[in-house]
Design a protein around this ligand. Structure first.
Ligand code: NAD
Ligand code: UDP
Length: 322
């Protein structure tokens, strides 16, 4: 497929039909680039990119990143990977293949094309952290044989591969360690806490809190995350160290439930369910490096972001069939 305009970039987004990926596709197209979205639609959906199908600068490839990719592009964002614990654990071996073989395939493509490649890594590389807040030089506390390991170790191995391709083959890499991100286009059945609690609150069902609700997470709104990813890709340093991206406001799951009850006006009750194995106790990004190298900090606070996300779920009840 020839580029429409030589002066524009053509950018590959793997996982582009997913939650973050579809917002990234929107942003890159709005910036005037062409986008090739490669996705196997395992957790993503064409509904997320349906509004882009008539855009001549957009192309969709039904593709599994565990298989080699043959496209001609100027930049690569590698987001393909299930991100919700219920989904990545439902086919643990498949998750490792996606993370590891997917990394090898995008790195081989980047090496052949001599283009930069950005890896969507994760705060899960820190596991159940013993250092708080988490800085990029913390090496983490991951259980290598637990139910979350397919994702955590898969993403850790992907980071290893990115650095090895950089050192061995001179590939230009960027590694974003993404902390919990939320917003419109999370699927109703995604299984992560914010979509679960909003769907439950809007439906009048009890809000499921796992454990006693004292575990913490720090939630970043998706537009802030996309801005950070684009800035990270545009860095001129080709061997950039990993960068934590997230919103440092830390809250317990009980506090989150109260925010969601307030923003939905729901009278739902709280139902405590067992805490899943290896569920991290606390998580908060230290984002000083992102501030220094990207000039970035999140701008959407939790209440505002939840309000917008609630609006999305309220106005898209038809997506319930997810
Ligand atoms: P998502 O599940 O909505 O998106 C993942 C996308 O990747 C989906 O469209 C899915 O169909 C696709 N995919 C999965 N396996 C694939 C394969 N083998 N080949 C091709 N496509 C495949 O999740 P998300 O929240 O948008 O996450 C996007 C990326 O960001 C993931 O790599 C995830 O690990 C990372 N991340 C997300 C968060 C978060 O809180 N949202 C936090 C840390 C890291
Ligand atoms: N969680 C919860 N209720 C739910 C879903 C998740 O209390 O319905 C908890 C989960 O145990 C974890 C936190 O919310 O402590 C965040 O879970 P999520 O799956 O969103 O992300 P991750 O654990 O990968 O950070």
């Amino acid at each position: 497929m020839p580029k429409l305009h030589e002066s524009r970039k053509r950018i590959l987004v793997t996982g582009g039909a997913g939650f973050i990926g579809s917002h990234l596709c929107d942003r890159l197209l709005a910036d005037g680039h062409e986008v090739v979205c490669a996705d196997n639609l395992s957790t993503g959906t064409l509904l997320n990119i349906g509004h882009l199908t008539d855009n001549p600068g957009f192309a969709f490839l039904l593709h599994d990143v565990a298989e080699p990719l043959h496209v001609e592009v100027d930049e690569i964002y590698n987001l393909a990977c299930p991100a919700s614990p219920i989904h990545y654990q439902s086919d643990a071996v498949g998750t490792v293949k996606t993370a590891v073989l997917g990394a090898i395939n995008v790195l081989d493509l980047a090496k052949r094309l001599r283009v930069p490649v950005l890896q969507a890594s994760t705060s899960e590389v820190y596991g159940d952290p013993l250092v708080h807040p988490q800085t990029e030089d913390y090496r983490g506390n991951v259980n290598p044989i637990g139910p979350r390991a397919c994702y955590d170790e898969g993403k850790r191995c992907a980071e290893t591969l990115f650095f090895d391709y950089h050192r061995q083959h001179g590939v230009a890499i960027r590694i974003a360690r993404i902390f919990n991100t939320y917003g419109p286009r999370l699927r109703h059945a995604d299984g992560r806490v914010i979509s679960n609690l909003i769907v439950q609150a809007l439906g009048g069902a009890p809000l499921t809190i796992y454990g006693d609700g004292s575990q913490t997470r720090s939630f970043c709104f998706v537009s802030d995350m996309v801005e950070a990813l684009v800035r990270l890709m545009s860095l001129r340093d080709d061997g950039a160290a990993p960068v934590n991206l997230g919103n440092p406001r830390e809250c317990t799951m009980s506090e989150l439930a109260q925010v969601i009850l307030r923003e939905t006006g729901s009278a739902s009750t709280i139902a405590h369910l067992p805490l899943p194995e290896d569920d991290p106790r606390q998580r908060q990004p230290d984002i000083r490096r992102a501030g220094a190298v990207l000039g970035w900090a999140p701008s959407i606070d939790l209440e505002e972001g939840i309000r917008e996300t609630v609006g999305y779920f309220r106005h898209h009840p038809e997506l319930d069939r997810d």
